[in-house]
Ligand binder design. Structure first.
Ligand SMILES: Cc1cc2nc3c(=O)[nH]c(=O)nc-3n(C[C@H](O)[C@H](O)[C@H](O)COP(=O)(O)OP(=O)(O)OC[C@H]3O[C@@H](n4cnc5c(N)ncnc54)[C@H](O)[C@@H]3O)c2cc1C
Length: 797
């Protein structure tokens, strides 16, 4: 029996934000002696060497005071303590200065100066990050965004909020709730973390299941590059396809590519009814079953789906004296629904829970509809980190894993741990496949760490999970990033870093693994030989070496071979193990057909015989299409080919086809007029249709013009403006362009909402891309395609 009957018909909005941990709770380090007891990062990680940055001197301090005034330059050792230590008390820097700018211009002046003086910088938001990214490793200048906390605008129709980076997440939530909206993200640290920090870490949290990631919800960003240049990508448009999506460079790059100063984010309506269920279950299989049933049974109103094991709950009840609302079970789940019709939502949840209990999957549960009880339930889930931290030292891991292997790592790891650990537990966002794995001990212990790392990452990598689901890489995970990122991706990340911060002053020692440099650049080294034949195979462990040996034997008479090698084993063999994934490389001075003939299809036949895959991670592309049958059965290939037919090419299975026909065939109808001038614009809702009227007025007396029309995706602020004439007419064309782009630009719209820039819009891209954005795009293009051979004359003017 559910412990509490649902209140039928009640609907209200809930301010769950009020239960938040506040700064005092989130920063137990205000007490200086506690902070000082944390070992210096430089001592704990002696392998990490300080780069050759300048040391802070009195002239530097003088300059910062001239920009910010005395009050916003902190140099007092005691005051600096909390900025130098992270929330987990895991890392401690020794910065001598904290700067607190209020405006983008001040940030720009600070960074320009630091860049010219070779001073390293650590951007800091709320300092709630869990991977050691937010505090200096050595003596970097800390730039805190705490005073950049203005809300700039809110468009209540589209729900787009624009604010400075230092706004605290909970402050934004409260502001929005008063206006019928909410933030698309929510996390336990909301009382301290800032939107700039959230964006820079691409934070996930409790609402991702329903509203998606920040990569989708952040519409625009303003950021300052290391050299002080302001990159204005602060678009408020839901659709803006004008070339490279530069905002993504700053989302999740953890302050290594620029300092985020403003954010534009889309905010969904605040749900009218919220119901929360706290459930007890006997096994992890039952957790999975419940999640599956919740997705099916609750559908569009399912807004959160969290799990925790008994040890996680016990940490809260034992260490923080929180009350378990139900009995003792091996696993617990928190399921929340959010919708617009209280009665409907409650009925759905009740039906789902009754069914789950009748099936014996859910053992016990309680449902809350009142804000205070909902708050209590969430308080348990959101306090787990704090409860674990209070045991002493917390080894924290945040991994993405496939659902069927989600929890098995916990018992496996428990077996490996030396006896003096206190607790090993798991909780997390089951709906997102994101497990938080935690081990605690009285104090930091190297033996415990050795039992966990790299085991956790190897395990994750074997399952093709991610070593960082939502917390980022920071300082702590740099040397493990290769478990989740391919060598070519890492090279590209480094090249981007070099373009945007050539002196490496922004958050050094974070995200990018400099100590892994030789290993990551192995492909570059091969390329120096001339030509590279590269094979990326999945093979059973027992048979890796056989293929390398066979290759050496097979190519022994081939004089053009320079090496069959890898990882420095010159002339012999390459073994690049990762999840049964072998990269076999053969180099020659130039392309040699004989090598190709000897290797293909031999290498694929060999792989197939061992039931491996002809492409472990690089895909099929063009090169491997004719070998795909070595890994895909004939029937799978047939199925792939048949999919189009299976999906009913005549469209008779789509009962709404007739309605959509009108909308979908507009283009066909317009082309029938003769010549079609078409524009795909993003515009603010308030002025969405104005341009159609203006264009009609402008072209009204022109004899060649047949029609001026507007249609589009209203919900996305995306207008398709169309003009037709019997044939192309230069005069009509001149009346439309650049007028249409000028009007769009005045409203800060986009000259391409979704169709892209292509060839025809290159000379108008500057109407939508401002200041440094175009230069940055050109820099990236030059870095990735220095000879400009890829789609020349397109996108970039
Ligand atoms: C109790 C608790 C619960 C948490 N729950 C979650 C959760 O559910 N999901 C989740 O994803 N995370 C969670 N976190 C981790 C953390 O709160 C997030 O990573 C958060 O987004 C960090 O924001 P912040 O303002 O505190 O950033 P900080 O910790 O100050 O900084 C984080 C990183 O971003 C960089 N940075 C900060 N501001 C800027 C800026 N303006 N420009 C450029 N770089 C910047 C820093 O240099 C650093 O590398 C939790 C943390 C705690 C303590």
């Amino acid at each position: 029996m559910l412990r509490q009957a649902l209140n039928s018909g009640t609907s209200f909005c809930v301010k769950r934000g009020l239960l938040t941990m506040r700064a005092e709770q989130l920063r137990p380090l205000r007490n200086m002696s506690l902070s000082s007891s944390v070992e210096l990062t430089a001592d704990r990680y002696p392998d990490v060497k300080r780069h050759n940055f300048a040391l802070l001197d009195s002239n530097h301090v003088q300059f910062f005071k001239s920009v910010l005034g005395q009050d916003r330059v902190l140099t007092d050792a005691e005051e600096l303590e909390t900025y130098n230590v992270d929330w987990l008390k895991m890392v401690r820097g020794s910065s001598k200065i904290v700067l607190k700018p209020k405006t983008t211009e001040e940030v720009s002046q600070i960074l320009r100066f630091c860049n010219s003086e070779n001073l390293a910088v650590c951007p800091q938001g709320g300092n709630t990050g869990l991977v050691g990214g937010s505090v200096p490793v050595f003596d970097e200048v800390i730039v805190s965004t705490a005073l950049m906390n203005n809300i700039i605008s809110l468009d209540e129709l589209s729900g787009v909020l624009v604010c400075q980076a230092g706004c605290i997440l909970e402050t934004l939530e409260t502001y929005l709730q008063d206006r019928g909206l909410m933030m698309p993200l929510d996390l336990g640290a909301k009382g301290s973390c800032q939107i700039g920090g959230n964006v820079s870490t691409n934070a996930g949290g409790l609402r991702l299941l329903r509203y998606g990631s920040l990569q989708g919800n952040v519409l625009g960003i303003e950021a300052v590059k290391a050299d002080g240049e302001v990159i204005d990508c602060l678009s408020c448009l839901k659709k803006d396809n004008t070339g490279y999506h530069l905002k993504h460079l700053f989302i999740g790059s953890e302050g290594t590519l620029g300092l985020v100063t403003k954010v534009a984010i889309q905010c969904p309506p605040n749900p009218k009814s919220i119901n929360t269920a706290f459930l007890g279950l006997n096994s992890f299989d039952d957790v999975l079953r419940t999640y599956k049933d919740a997705r099916a049974g609750l559908g569009e109103i399912l807004s959160s789906c969290e799990m925790m094991d008994a040890q996680s709950l016990d940490a809260c009840t034992s260490n923080l004296k929180l009350r378990n609302p139900i009995g003792d079970f091996p696993f617990y789940m928190l399921i929340e629904t959010a919708g617009s019709n209280g009665k409907h939502d409650e009925e759905k949840l009740t039906h789902f829970l009754e069914q789950s209990m009748a099936d014996g999957i859910v053992q016990d549960g309680t449902v809350a509809t009142e804000p205070s009880r909902i708050k209590q339930m969430w308080n348990i889930r959101e306090s787990i980190s704090l409860a674990l931290l209070s045991e002493g030292y917390l080894y924290k891991y945040d991994i993405s894993l496939p659902h069927d292997s989600f929890y098995s790592i916990i018992p496996e790891l428990t077996k490996r741990l030396p006896s003096h650990y206190i607790r090993c537990c798991g909780y997390g966002h089951i709906g997102d496949g994101n497990l938080h794995l935690n081990v605690t001990s009285k104090e930091y212990d190297h033996n415990i760490l050795d039992a966990i790392e790299p085991f956790v990452y190897e395990w994750t990598s074997k399952l093709r999970g991610s070593v960082s689901a939502e917390h980022g890489i920071g300082f702590k995970k740099t040397k493990f990033i290769h478990y989740s990122k391919s060598q070519s991706s890492l090279n590209l990340m480094k090249d981007i870093k070099n373009i945007m911060d050539p002196n490496g002053i922004l958050n050094p020692y974070k995200v990018l693994p400099s100590i892994w440099e030789p290993r990551e650049r192995v492909t570059d080294a091969y390329m120096c030989d001339g030509f590279l034949f590269s094979y990326d195979l999945s093979l059973p462990y027992a048979n890796y070496y056989e293929l390398v040996e066979k290759t050496i034997e097979r190519l022994s008479g081939c004089s053009s071979v320079v090496r069959i090698c890898g990882h420095g084993h010159i002339g012999k063999s390459l073994m690049f193990f990762c999840d049964g994934n072998l990269h076999l490389n053969i180099t020659s001075k130039e392309y040699d057909h004989e090598i190709l003939e000897l290797m293909e299809p031999f290498v694929f036949e060999w792989t197939s015989k061992l039931q491996g895959s002809v492409s472990a991670e690089h895909g099929i592309g063009f090169k491997k299409t004719k070998f795909v049958h070595y890994s895909k059965s004939r029937s799978s290939l047939n199925l792939m080919k048949d999919i189009k037919n299976i999906m009913d090419p005549n469209g008779i299975l789509n009962p709404y086809k007739m309605l959509w026909d009108i909308r979908e065939r507009v283009a066909e109808a317009l082309i029938n007029d003769g010549y079609w001038y078409t524009y795909d614009l993003s515009l603010p809702h308030k002025h969405f249709y104005d341009i159609v009227g203006k264009m009609e007025e402008r072209l009204s007396n022109h004899p060649k013009v047949k029609r001026v029309t507007g249609l589009g995706h209203l919900g996305d602020g995306n207008l398709h403006l169309n003009v037709t004439s019997k044939e192309f007419d230069q005069e009509v064309f001149g009346l439309i362009e650049p007028f249409v782009f000028e009007c769009t630009s005045k409203l800060r719209g986009s000259v391409s909402a979704e169709h892209g820039i292509g060839f025809t819009k290159t000379k108008f891209i500057h109407f939508s891309k401002f200041h440094g954005s175009l230069n940055l795009m050109k820099g990236i293009k030059k870095m990735m395609d220095p000879k400009g051979i890829l789609n020349p004359y397109k996108v970039l003017p």
